[in-house]
Design a protein around this ligand. Structure first.
Ligand code: T46
Length: 130
């Protein structure tokens, strides 16, 4: 988990993410996930090269990360705290609250060929890479 720099004054809070400083990559793309229906799971994939910072801008959701050996579950519920996910991690996002808005800041342009969509293939490569 990454604590993001907050600037607080009587007008409220301003949280910053600067590429190459608060995350160790240049931010090439951003997307938001919102209006997720109850009990839906998103994700179910891994990335070969892509790094990303995931932030719950509003509401909350959980991210289950899996490096091919162990799984860990993180609750994202604050806009100044992000989950930094490196390559070769399978992820599922679950338990979105109805008001959840997630922000993804990522290191690569969109490229479907860079995804693992097959868990068996991911597991084979993730275990071989250790
Ligand atoms: C990730 C998780 C957390 C695009 O056209 N451009 C984009 O930049 C993205 C991210 C998606 N799309 C299209 C591809 C699909 O037709 O949007 C549709 C839904 O994408 P996907 O099924 O990959 O959505 P999630 O929530 O399963 O996964 C996304 C990201 O793809 C992925 O990188 O880590 O969020």
């Amino acid at each position: 988990m990454v604590e993001l720099p907050e600037h607080s004054d009587p007008r409220g809070l301003l949280t910053v993410v600067e590429g190459g400083k608060d995350v160790d990559f240049d931010i090439k793309r951003a997307y938001f996930i919102h209006h997720v229906p109850e009990k839906v799971t998103r994700g179910a994939h891994g990335h070969r090269r892509l790094r990303q910072l995931i932030v719950a801008m509003h509401g909350s959701f959980e991210v289950i990360v899996d490096d091919g050996f162990e799984k860990e579950r993180f609750v994202l519920d604050h806009p100044s705290r992000g989950l930094y996910v490196v390559p070769m991690i399978w992820r599922d996002m679950v338990n979105f609250t109805p008001d959840a808005v997630g922000l993804w800041l990522v290191s690569e342009p969109y490229d479907e060929s860079e995804y693992y969509r097959d868990y068996a293939e991911f597991l084979r490569d993730a275990r071989a890479s250790r």
